[in-house]
Design a protein around this ligand. Structure first.
Ligand SMILES: NC(=O)c1ccc[n+]([C@@H]2O[C@H](COP(=O)([O-])OP(=O)(O)OC[C@H]3O[C@@H](n4cnc5c(N)ncnc54)[C@H](O)[C@@H]3O)[C@@H](O)[C@H]2O)c1
Length: 290
């Protein structure tokens, strides 16, 4: 259902790769709510993914940009303003990638060149995009910037690896830049900490299926889907949230406030009984079962 929440607004959306992408859902919903958008992704992702179809549907352009390259971002902001004929109102950073995760390097055996890339792609690119936008005065007063985060920034979750460090940095950038951009132009900057979601980036997380089922069992409202996430992000782009800034906002069905739920306890009990029966067949060493 559309509410015309973004009527007359214009926005730049990073990170739609395919139909599963959270950014894809945000783009579709933003247009439904009356916004005009410009899409961007890396040249490789544009070739490999299906963003062209989204652009057609949203009647817009796709501008290639590697979000770690300041030169690409400068070109992107210029072309976006050219397309809109002026400044825009919102920006979504929906970008994440860890070469350590991709190459199977565990957190106690990180490759540090890969770690730099993880941080650059998944967090520092957020700083770069905001800095370039601000220097070019690309965003209207009372505009809104959102990036997507995950609770591994606050709590240790097995398998999330160096992406946890990237998310902690991402959330810190939202606070630090939120102060500067807020006091000058009333531009607000927030991160949305989303439930585990089945997407290309999500599939890289070790044991995503188990993590999703654990989070589903723990959350009173169940996991938030990519579509739910898009709805929430739209409210942050709308005029209804003009005084919300520098926040990490949990969008996770209540997961972040839970300690233990009845459903998760039941599953855990069953698992314990299974372990007792199959103790000698357990495939991992003692440490790995923790
Ligand atoms: N899927 C989940 O479980 C989940 C949960 C919480 C937060 N998030 C976050 O949501 C965001 C979107 O991820 P998604 O789950 O929709 O997966 P996705 O794979 O669809 O999106 C990730 C995007 O990052 C883009 N990207 C990678 N390197 C880039 C670069 N150098 N420059 C520009 N773009 C680049 C990819 O092309 C892709 O479009 C990420 O920040 C992710 O960490 C995902």
């Amino acid at each position: 259902m559309a509410y015309n929440l973004l009527k007359g607004k214009k926005g730049l959306i990073f990170g739609a790769l395919n139909e599963q992408s959270i950014a894809w859902k945000v783009a579709e919903r933003a247009v439904e709510e009356g916004a005009e958008i410009v899409l961007t992704n890396t040249a490789v992702s544009i070739r490999m993914g299906t963003i062209g179809r989204l652009a057609e549907k949203c009647r817009t352009i796709v501008v290639p940009a590697d979000a770690t390259s300041v030169a690409d971002l400068e070109n992107l902001m210029d072309r976006t303003m050219e397309h809109f004929g002026g400044k825009f109102d919102f920006m979504l950073h929906s970008i994440g990638m860890s070469p350590n995760v991709r190459k199977g390097r565990t957190y106690d055996d990180l490759d540090y060149d890969y770690l730099s890339k993880t941080l650059d792609i998944s967090a520092i690119s957020f700083h770069k995009a905001i800095q370039v936008a601000r220097k070019k005065d690309a965003i209207n007063d009372w505009g809104s910037i959102v990036a997507l985060s995950y609770i591994a920034a606050q709590r240790t979750l097995y398998g999330y690896n160096d992406m946890a460090d990237a998310k902690a940095l991402l959330e810190s950038i939202a606070r630090s830049f939120g102060y500067i951009y807020g006091r000058e132009k009333h531009v607000r900057i927030n991160t949305v900490s989303q439930s585990p979601t089945q997407t290309t980036a999500g599939s890289g997380v070790l044991g995503l299926g188990d993590l999703m089922s654990f989070a589903e069992n723990m959350s009173p409202l169940g996991n938030a889907s990519a579509e739910d996430c898009a709805d929430y992000v739209l409210t942050l782009f709308s005029d209804l949230t003009r005084k919300v800034t520098m926040q990490n906002l949990y969008h996770d069905g209540g997961f972040s406030s839970m300690g233990m739920s009845r459903r998760a306890m039941k599953t855990y009990e069953k698992g314990m009984r299974f372990d007792d029966v199959h103790q000698n067949q357990y495939p991992f060493g003692k440490e790995e079962t923790k």
